[in-house]
Design a protein around this ligand. Sequence first.
Ligand code: HEM
Length: 451
Amino acid sequence: RTSPKEMEAIPGTLGWPIVGESLSFISEFSSPAGIYSFINKRQKMYGKVFKSYVLGRYTVFMTGREASKILLTGKDGIVSLNLFYTGQQVLGPTSLLQQTGDSHKRLRRLIAEPLSLDGLKKYFQFINSLAIETLDQWSGREVLVLEEASTFTLKVIGNMIISLEPTGEEQEKFRTNFKIISGSFASLPFKVPGTAFYRGIQARDRMYAMLDSIIDQRRSGKSVKQDFLQSLVKKHGKDALEGDDDDKLTDKQLKDNILTLLVAGHDTTTAALTWLLKYLQENPAVLERLREEHREIQARKQGTLDLTWSEVNNMPYTVKVISETLRMATILPWFSRKAAQDFEIEGCKIKKGWSLNLDVVSIHRDPTIFPNPVKFDPSRFDEPLKPFSFLGFGSGPRMCPGINLAKLEISVFLHHLVCRYKWTPLDTDDSVQPTLVRMLKNKYPVTVEAL
Ligand code: HEM
């Protein structure tokens, strides 16, 4: 395969005709080191910026704090997010992920309030009770942590967005449709019956029909809830009495963005919880110190399971453990962008329209910032880090808007887990699934016992 003319100056190889380097990309993707082994080998040969042809795209890979700053701050709109065709089709054209510039800014502003710490306070009791209930069911059993964490995080977000009850027929339908949608993202882009992409679009349409009926009920006043959808319909729905006219959203925009939050928030939080259990189990000293923090909280209230909002927002060691987990696991191993104009990076000329992948794993394993980077050590976060050296939740205008929700769910779950249970892994294989979000292939099977 030969480069487009302008790409000739960029170091690297494009691999075989048609497939390029996709085969080695996919096979190294699911190895324990993940995409890092693909990238690291090439960085050693070509340097921090190199070209390749993977998954049907000419792509320039880049890494380092300098590249992060340019790509993530997106100064002067030089890049946009680069979703695969299947993702674009399933999430819809008005999804936050497909907006740029002012319309992106505006949508972010509209969802910021319900996802702020204050906005999340009302879901705290639900999350707390669900964590206790979920863990009660783990006790004395073998569980696949990834599956269980997925059920937990989906129930949380379903309740938060549309007040979905954690059990029952509606929850089952929601879960089934969501799983099909999620599975269609990494599929081939053939929209014919029988393919994962086709099933994904159909499941998306069923999910939208469910949302349409809920939106109608909210609008007619037949049902009034205190959830994310209610606050959007009330303030920003097309016939909302409150709010500015410029801030109105069509029903299509509401649905596309509810689905976007579900998709962006589910696998990521599920993966984070699973990696956390794994790293804690492999690092008993960290687990012990974490237990101390949580036992101190419990000791203050004579053994009841109550956890308060102020306690959950005051868990300094837990916050560091979560950050270290996100550094080690690098759940989103690269951030994908498209050049919106010509520009230069690390001496390489980038042309408008090229796909750019920021390699985050190398940033998280930079030994000048994180000495002995393969060690799980939450004390790395004792002092503030240099900008763009930790990108667990990204940075700049596209930084994760779900950060507060993710930290809340994880902290509450961890509190009940470490205070009351211990767990032993049944398989220590570190391989990961070949999906965009890094998740353990074996789903992390463990036995759980009460302490
Ligand atoms: C531990 C859990 C999570 C992790 C590690 C995580 C990580 C990230 C990262 C790294 C980005 C930036 C990607 C980029 O720049 O290309 C991002 C964006 C995003 N996240 Fe999260 N996330 C988590 C949970 C959530 C939750 C719970 C939600 C929703 C409720 C959410 C919604 C989003 C959305 C909508 C974006 C796109 C923002 C935009 O394009 O403006 N995430 N997330």
